[in-house]
Design a protein around this ligand. Structure first.
Ligand SMILES: Cc1ncc(COP(=O)(O)O)c(C=O)c1O
Length: 445
């Protein structure tokens, strides 16, 4: 198999493509084009080899272009391209649902498939609302998210999400949404490895929200166990169990958005297991296929699923789904990916190298403009000081310098560099990665 396309063709007109979450004008003046990938590396159109410090976008947990996954997708495309998703099925959809639910804790036994994290979030919110309605508690319509939460870009997701730029231009969003406070406080938590000791009490804010609205109006709380897209904010010690206890007390469903934390990022199949907390619903995407074919889904506890299994048997129990729910290519990719995770023990591996990863990340403490470093699992967030009157510009410049001058690729979110490599990263590559990130930070005064 060819590794690096040395002379990949380059488009001569970049204008038509309106790129997502991208500074289009700046990109089109100085494009960063990627033409190939293998294991820990990307290859540019001019043949340079870049270390992937972002697992694509938190998704290629098994590394890139892994042979068994490639073969499974190729085989599936030749065998069954598509099967109707409503009222028909294909065997791999059932097999993958069983495999995913077997990885999830407790009685999280049922899987609803969709195609992205955003769809997974909107699906979970709809299931939560409908669950209360079918049980005769239709007044429970409020959804509670969290400041600095990212739950994708559907109207449900941006409503419960807590990023102002993702919300402010899009109207009134969903009605009846409230937010818990973010769990990050630099004064209390700076340079923490793993879960910060300070912050469990912030879960008690849910009591305040309940007192304000009454529990009988609240359907669900949705949080990321580790907020990724707003800069790697691990849950404080004890925070998630406390949230679970308050939800139990008031009959509120707890949704963990594990689109990033699922499939090994924090050293476990799901972060729920790391934290010993069983949510009612888990959303997932990204790592389920190691980023190869779009897929997302919601894992649901048995009592939630059972609540819907009533009424005439010829009628759909949930009026929701997508043409491409459980697409055959995604299912084939998912099964091959889960096999690879198991064969190479990648979740356990992530857990084993977490300390080494955290130490290497913390070695950047003291570099110019580094305000904080946070680590959890195989993930680090490095906050840089903003340049005067130009918030986000330094991290953006770091991302550019990394790509052009230091042969490394990572995501910058706001003023944070997010380092989230594939879980196959070797110990020497961890050192190499943070060495390069250090050089990049020095290069953006
Ligand atoms: C926690 C979380 N939820 C949802 C999403 C949205 O996923 P997608 O971009 O696949 O729609 C993301 C994406 O990064 C995410 O991090």
């Amino acid at each position: 198999m060819a590794l690096a396309p040395r002379t990949a063709s380059v488009p001569n007109d970049l204008e038509s493509y309106w790129m997502p979450f991208t500074a289009n004008r700046a990109f089109k003046k100085a494009p960063r084009l990627i033409a190939g990938a293998k294991d820990m590396h990307y290859f540019t159109t001019d043949g340079r080899r870049l270390l992937d410090a972002g697992a694509g976008m938190w998704c290629c947990n098994a590394g890139h272009n892994r042979d068994p996954i490639v073969a499974a997708i190729q085989h599936q495309a030749a065998e069954l391209d598509y099967a109707p998703a409503f009222q028909f099925g294909h065997p791999k959809a059932f097999e993958l649902a069983s495999r995913v639910s077997a990885l999830a804790p407790a009685d999280l036994d049922h899987v609803f498939f969709c195609n992205s994290g955003s769809e997974a979030v909107d699906t979970a919110l709809k299931i939560a609302l409908a669950y209360h309605a079918v049980r005769g508690e239709g007044a429970r319509t409020r959804l509670i998210g969290r400041e600095r939460g990212y739950h994708g870009v559907g109207f449900g997701g941006i409503s419960v999400g807590g990023i102002v730029n993702n919300r402010k231009l899009f109207g009134t969003l969903l009605a009846g949404v409230d937010h818990l406070p973010a769990t990050y406080n630099r004064a209390e938590q700076a340079f923490t490895k793993g879960e910060p000791a300070w912050g469990a009490h912030l879960a008690d804010e849910l009591e305040r929200v309940v007192a304000l609205h009454d529990a009988g109006t609240i359907a669900a709380v949705i949080v990321e166990p580790m907020a990724g897209s707003t800069g790697v904010l691990p849950a404080p010690k004890g925070y998630l169990p406390r949230l679970r206890a308050i939800c139990d007390k008031y009959g509120i469903l707890l949704i963990f958005d594990e689109v990033i934390t699922g499939f090994g990022r924090l050293g476990f199949p799901f972060a729920a297991e790391r934290y010993g907390v069983v949510p009612d619903l888990i959303t997932f995407a990204k790592g389920v296929t190691s980023g190869t074919v779009p897929m997302g889904g919601v894992i649901v506890r048995k009592p939630v699923y059972d609540a819907f299994m009533r009424g005439p048997e010829h009628v759909a129990e949930l009026f929701h789904g997508y043409t491409y729910s459980a697409h055959p290519l995604a299912c084939a990719a998912g099964l091959a990916t889960l096999d690879l995770y198991r064969q190479e023990k990648l979740f356990e591996r992530a857990y084993q190298i977490e300390q080494k990863f955290a130490d290497a990340a913390m070695s950047l403490k003291g570099l110019p403009n580094v305000l904080d470093i946070r680590t959890v699992g195989i993930t680090a967030g490095i906050d840089l000081a903003s340049r005067p009157d130009a918030v986000g510009q330094r991290a953006y410049a770091a991302m550019e310098r990394a790509f052009y001058d230091h042969d490394i690729i990572f995501r910058a979110t706001g003023e944070t560099i997010a380092v989230t490599p594939p879980l196959i990263i070797s110990e020497s590559e961890i050192d190499e990665l943070f060495d390069r990130v250090g050089k990049v930070i020095r290069a953006v005064p």
